[in-house]
Ligand binder design. Structure first.
Ligand SMILES: [Fe+2]
Ligand SMILES: [Fe+2]
Length: 129
């Protein structure tokens, strides 16, 4: 996927993290396309996403932000998709997740949920983590 598919948010720090996320997905996808084992980039992707979500979740709690349950549930959904990729031995399934399902789900997530958080923090004059 291309980083420019991701909606840009009003926080450089958050945009940079999403750019890293796209790079990790692309590394895993590249290995699968080359017929190589993608376990290493997939584990790196999983670790990065877990960390990214944990930080976002901490931000919700710190600022007592309203309406975070749906956001957290969507994180769970994305993690399940990544977990499915980590445990798959089927190249076709992996490509479907890495080239299609995950990019779509991430673009939707950023547009709907992360945007809300960044804008809320801006309105309350706090820096987005
Ligand atoms: Fe999020
Ligand atoms: Fe995010």
């Amino acid at each position: 996927m291309e980083f420019n598919e991701c909606p840009l948010l009003a926080s450089e720090a958050v945009n940079r993290e999403h750019e890293q996320l796209v790079e990790l997905i692309n590394q895993a996808e590249f290995d699968v396309l080359m017929g190589r084992q993608a376990q290493r980039p997939l584990q790196a992707l999983k670790a990065f996403v877990q960390q990214h979500f944990a930080e976002e979740s901490q931000t919700f709690s710190q600022h007592a932000m309203p309406h975070c349950d749906a956001h957290r549930r969507d994180h769970e959904f994305l993690l399940q998709l990544i977990e499915q990729a980590c445990t798959s031995n089927d190249a076709e399934e992996l490509l479907s997740i890495l080239s299609d399902q995950l990019p779509n789900a991430i673009v939707r997530h950023i547009d709907r949920f992360d945007r809300q958080v960044v804008n809320w923090l801006k309105r309350h004059r706090r820096t987005a983590a």
